[in-house]
Design a protein around this ligand. Structure first.
Ligand code: PBG
Length: 321
């Protein structure tokens, strides 16, 4: 009799035939940065995550590096007084986020640092692009994104991460990076970023929710699958080095499809709401956090992700050291 159960008879056999495993090398840890000193401000809707001042984040980075996590995506949290309609603080010399990138890169030269390129953390409108009469302007936004990307590259970023979903931004940013001598800076493009409800805790963390309207005129419609191929073809032809799908869990089919169709590394963003829902269920005693978290990461990897941006990166590393 043919018995598939024979290959499940012991942990040794199971681990021998396991098709997919997750390693710390696959993980990118998102960190939230704020201006100031000695700040480790817990984010209520993201239990276990903090807003860090740069002096404090250096300790956090050190403990992560010891656990084998070497890649980080950095997000800035700004006071409202620094926000304006054209996100001018994003490329200002005094920008604490740019200084933080330089400091971290100096202290941890072997780490891979990834930025966020979008207007929303800096915009008084809370949108990823310039707003005029309630409309999000595409082509007028591109030079701002490119200035932001070049400023981050000047500060020492390894990979810029355009998360704004404006048309043509990968090409525009690539050309400007190259024109400024940053040929080696990579682009991890948020290729298929959906207009998702799962970004809620992130917007709380950075106070970056749109002041009016929503993001549906630039982020993708959750009903669309084949449109992701169109976005991916454009990003590939414009010079993206990574194609990202975001969120991850409700979009495993998209990850799977892009992995099959493209020969560029596929990144998946296991977003704030996906992390928060496991945490909330675990806090209620309804799920076991450690096993459900690892099963979640495994599912994203099995779907085809080469790298996963996840708030659980450090917890995973601690469990698997
Ligand atoms: C904004 C940006 C968002 C996230 C990363 N970059 C939120 C948004 O589009 O409103 C979400 C990440 C998360 O939820 O963990 N440019």
């Amino acid at each position: 009799m043919i018995r598939p159960r024979r290959n499940r008879k012991s942990e040794t056999v199971r681990s021998m035939v396991r098709e997919t495993t997750v390693s710390v090398n696959d993980l990118i840890y998102p960190l939230f940065l704020v201006d100031g000193k000695e700040i480790a401000d817990p984010i209520l809707s993201l239990p276990g995550q903090n807003r860090w001042s740069v002096d404090m984040v250096l300790h956090e980075l050190e403990s992560c590096v010891k656990l084998g996590i070497n890649s980080f995506v950095l997000f800035p949290g700004l006071d409202d007084s620094l926000k304006d309609a054209d996100a001018s603080y994003s490329y200002n010399d005094r920008n604490f986020y740019l200084k933080a990138i330089s400091t971290i890169k100096k202290e941890f030269p072997n780490c891979c640092l990834i930025s966020d390129v979008a207007m929303d953390p800096y915009s008084s409108d809370g949108h990823d692009g310039l707003v005029l009469d309630g409309k999000i302007l595409n082509d007028e936004t591109l030079p701002i994104l490119a200035k932001m990307a070049v400023a981050q590259a000047d500060a020492g970023i390894d990979i810029v991460g355009p998360s704004d979903m404006m048309d043509g931004r990968v090409e525009y940013i690539r050309e400007e990076l190259d024109a400024h001598g940053h040929e080696e800076v990579s682009i991890m493009s948020y290729t298929a970023k959906y207009a998702s409800a799962f970004y809620g805790p992130f917007r709380d963390a950075l106070d970056s929710a749109p002041k009016s309207g929503d993001k549906k005129s630039y982020q993708m419609d959750p009903g669309n699958k084949y449109e992701a191929i169109r976005e991916a073809e454009l990003d590939e032809s414009e010079g993206a080095d990574f194609l990202m799908v975001k969120p991850a869990l409700c979009y495993l089919d998209i990850i799977h499809m892009l992995k099959k169709d493209f020969n560029i590394p596929i990144a998946a963003y296991n977003v704030s709401g996906e992390y928060a829902m496991l945490k909330a269920a675990a806090q209620n005693g309804w799920l076991d956090y450690n096993t459900s978290m690892q099963e979640m990461l495994l599912s994203i990897k099995r779907a085809g992700a080469d790298v996963i941006l996840t708030y659980a990166a450090k917890e995973f590393a601690i469990l698997n050291k």
